[in-house]
Design a protein around this ligand. Structure first.
Ligand SMILES: NC(=O)c1ccc[n+]([C@@H]2O[C@H](COP(=O)([O-])OP(=O)(O)OC[C@H]3O[C@@H](n4cnc5c(N)ncnc54)[C@H](OP(=O)(O)O)[C@@H]3O)[C@@H](O)[C@H]2O)c1
Length: 327
């Protein structure tokens, strides 16, 4: 089988690894990537990939991107941004991609949703399986938008013959996905200050640990899941949870990334989240605090048993690889 694949967001943390996995796949013969920044695939030694600069908000550009593709992989998204700015790209841009794919010739769509689509609800089961509704958490823009995109996907593709694969990864990390480390404010301090903080433990910034477990997945393992979703002839369309094996704590993450973990009662995390939810206006960055409110540990057995996915890195190995890169 000779597959032509169109990818939105090939320059991002997941995008780079995804293109590498698709480049290495014998059945993928042609890849067209589109994002806004200038980018040269040849600099990475990619042979099958052509890149065009474009915005998913531009429907003509999206139509042209998907026109000759057998499979569309939609990765373009704004993760860290304001509620208002991210909504434009994430809702209108994503809808453009879904509608263009249904209207055009591709037979398959692979969309990376997120664990955040489930929302941080105390009545979510532990672990979460794919049949749990993606309710989102309205107070957290990213979670709300991920849930809205899944709803838009179901609505846009209803009645069409498109094969739709939805991957729901947990937090992605690793040497080529440093966003988790970059989200820690102290990692933006000058090197000398950071070294001093690391040398004197009391100077390390505190990191609250409300006891909520954390899953991590390596960028190459997400890429291999996407490549499987693009090429599988046996796994049924549908949703697949994606997370590395093993659970971490906020303390593990804090320690690895240079903080001084402080155990706080879980009720404190819930109370903080509830207070934030009641405030009339909250900076978008603070909305991420809602993520500590409830367990969102996912069951990944469907991806392993049906998609044939086998992560090569545990959550702990992924964290160590990230810490080595930023350390
Ligand atoms: N990273 C994680 O921890 C994680 C976890 C679960 C799910 N996901 C999901 O996986 C997907 C990819 O995430 P990522 O980590 O690779 O994100 P990322 O590193 O922030 O990359 C985002 C990509 O989207 C492109 N993009 C953004 N706005 C665009 C626009 N208007 N038009 C065209 N391209 C645009 C960016 O390139 P330009 O800026 O050059 O346009 C970039 O290539 C997203 O849907 C994300 O929600 C990520």
């Amino acid at each position: 089988m000779a597959l032509r694949v169109a990818v939105t967001g090939p320059t991002g943390e997941i995008g780079i690894s995804t293109i590498e996995a698709l480049e290495a796949h014998p059945e993928v013969t042609q890849i067209v990537g589109m994002a806004r920044r200038p980018f040269d695939p040849a600099e990475r030694g990619w042979k099958k990939t052509v890149y065009r600069q474009g915005d998913v908000l531009d429907r003509d550009a999206v139509d042209a991107l998907v026109a000759d593709a057998d499979v569309v992989v939609h990765l373009a998204f704004v993760i860290m941004g304001t509620r208002e700015e991210s909504a434009k790209v994430n809702l209108a841009g994503t809808r453009n991609v879904f509608e263009a794919t249904v209207a055009g010739g591709p037979r398959r769509l692979v969309y990376t949703s997120s664990v955040a689509a489930y929302g941080y609800h105390t009545d979510n089961p532990v672990p979460i399986t794919e049949d749990v509704p993606t309710r989102g958490t309205p107070e957290h823009y990213y979670s709300e938008q991920k849930a809205a995109c899944e709803e838009a996907l179901a609505e846009t593709t209803a009645g069409s013959s498109l094969e739709v694969y939805v991957l729901r990864p947990c937090i992605v990390a690793g040497p080529k996905a440093p966003a988790l480390a970059e989200a820690m404010p102290w990692n933006h301090l000058p090197g000398a200050v950071r070294r001093l903080m690391q040398a004197v433990p009391v100077l390390k910034p505190p990191m609250p640990d409300p006891g909520t477990p954390v899953q991590l997945v390596h960028h190459d393992d997400v890429a291999s899941a996407i490549a499987l979703a693009v090429t599988t002839t046996t796994a049924p369309p549908g949703a697949y949870n994606i997370a590395g094996d093993g659970l971490l704590t906020f303390s593990d993450v804090g320690k690895a990334l240079g903080a001084r973990p402080i155990r706080v009662p879980h009720v404190a995390a819930v109370a903080t989240s509830e207070v934030l939810a009641r405030l009339p206006s909250v900076p978008s960055a603070l909305e991420w605090l809602h993520a500590g409110r409830a367990s969102t540990v996912m069951d990944t057995s469907k991806a392993k048993n049906q998609l044939g996915w086998q992560p090569q890195h545990t959550a702990a190995e992924t964290l160590a690889a990230l810490a080595n890169t930023v350390g």
